[in-house]
Design a binder for this molecule. Sequence first.
Ligand SMILES: [Zn+2]
Length: 730
Amino acid sequence: MKQEHPAAVALFVMLFLGSPGAGSAGILPALAPQAGCLRSCQLLLAHDGHTKYSIVLPNSASPTEQFAVEELANYLRKLTGAVFPISPQRAETGKPCIYISSTEVPGLSEPLTGEAYAVVVDGEDVYLNGGRGRAVLYAVYDCLERLGLTWFAPDFDFYSGAAESIPNRPSLLLEVKESGPIVRRPRLDLRKLDVGEAISHTERNLRQLLAWMPKAGFNTLMVPMDYQGRGRAGWDKWREQLTPELQKRDLILEVGGHGYQNFLNARMEGGRLFKEHNEWFGQGADGLCNPAAGQVFCTSNEEAVRFVSNGVIEYLRARKEIQVFDFWPPDVGKWCECRRCLEQGSPAERHARLTNHLHSRMAAACPNVRLECLAYSETLNPPSTPLNPGILLDFCPINQNFEYAIFDERGANNREYAVTLAEWRRRFGGDIGIYTYYRKYAWKSLPVVIPGYIKRDLQWYLTKRVKAISIFAEPGDWFTFELHHYILGRLSWDPELDLDALLKKYCQIRFGAAAGVAWSILAVLEQEVPRFGSLPFTTQKTAEEIAKPYGKLADLERKLAEMTPRLQEPYRSHCNRLLLMCGYALRDLKIQESRAAGLSLQQIRALVLELSDFLNAHAQAGTFMVYFGLEEPRLFRKYGLAEESQLGGSRVLISFIPAHGYLSKEKVAELGRAALFEISIGRGRLWVCGLDLERSVEVDPAARRFALHLVRAAHRESIPGGSSHSESER
Ligand SMILES: [Zn+2]
């Protein structure tokens, strides 16, 4: 999307008129060139849609360096309309060049290594160098940002081409304010985007995501091996198409997720393994081996451990593109209770022993793959078994209270995480990463927009010498968390980043004339939603307390709603999305206020249903992610309406039981008794309770339509059949 920035043009005209070469045909003026660029520099890269610059790339360039040059030339053409020719050496003496990966860069005292990159201006020439392929890409994108481009988001389809902002600048000025060569290094080694539960990912939007990653400073894509074993989302599904895209950009691929069960489970080999090697499978307190996917296998059984390790090594050898492999237990899994396992200690001890074992085997079998294990749930605490220092540890504060910073002990759970992380740091010499929840599935796309909070957290994490950071990256509600994704990339390079300046720029580019109101809305969302909204672990406030932020946000929403229709595109579309975010936050606050005021459950139920309709009506705007169209039961649970008894005689009509069992086992059975109709979704089950759907469809056309929609909704993509109802009750 082309946009004009009047301030920048004015600056250019002023400088241009002051130059002695102004107006002369042929040779274009270079403004204030200074050898070595000791003070700030201004170079005129193009004038009136023409350039005298060429891009120089050595013949020995790697594929990533070649790609970097294509990116540079393409974006320069989009900015200026000028064609910047590419050649292996300076074409003509006297004509300036942009050198990519030149072997000699003036002013650099030592060669660049790793991800370090440099932007150097020497006389009229520009040098863009990096310690490796993607570092050269970072240098190119840095230079383009200095020229006025911004990439706040991947080029997802819902943005209609307005994700990136490309001003129209036929005359293009490169201004470098820093004195001397600019050399930048990231503060965090691994900067990850996590495909997570992969609810809204497609091959197409994953390509768009990958293209954006180096622009925002990320370097690692995390993909589940097979999310929850459902066969719906996993690396093999995208491998062929995405591997070249990753390699072209020299990006890191991390594969895995919760996955012991991917290498040993009761369904393997048609159930033969479970029958013939029953002792490999984890036992319950009753001494019986449990075939459930959430059951951790018997990690004290040497044969089982060998079987799993062999499986991992075989998997990795067949997929050389994987650079980091997650070896995580099942999500909130149940650990084996056999005598030998119990003797080995807590799940954290057993996880460490098992990871060390696999790590030692991988050192010989696949030495280029980094192994990652997890500090999460049952394995949160550091074990007494020392973890091999070459292993990467991912620390997951899943129950973080966002009312307070991670290091603020007023936040329930936060203190435990802060103390535990410090303890890990004290005991473990290897690299620790933080698996952040700054975009959290449990928020259900509620606009918890907290850039300042993220900055404070990150600065504290750095005091613990953290080396990696990740965030869930779902295209479905990207706009709501757009700022989080963008600033996390930026902060992981520069934790001292001037957030106010960045937010100001963001609001101007995204919302145009509504930037001021948008700024105020973002401030209210940051200050009030985590304190008064329906976030897990946020304490319940009084109705009077909630009414205040509600009023503040409602006023701002009204202002924005008045301005939006008068705005031009793309500002109008961006403002409409911000209005949707306000609409959700206001409804959420109203429900919380009603709960605090003691309104009847029927009244609250009506508000939740209205919210559900609102979310469904705007499911495709890139703002809300509606979970397979089954958001309603989840919202009911979230707002405390899930219990049948609380609904005053009405019944739970539909329950979605997630495969990884956040519901207690006892409760599943209780719900199951009333289920009269069942649809499998992966290994989860959709139960219709209190209504005999199959009987009803014979007599009632409305029931027929309802059933049809329900089944279609459940089966709108190909999902392999899961376990049956009776199996779950074993
Ligand atoms: Zn065991």
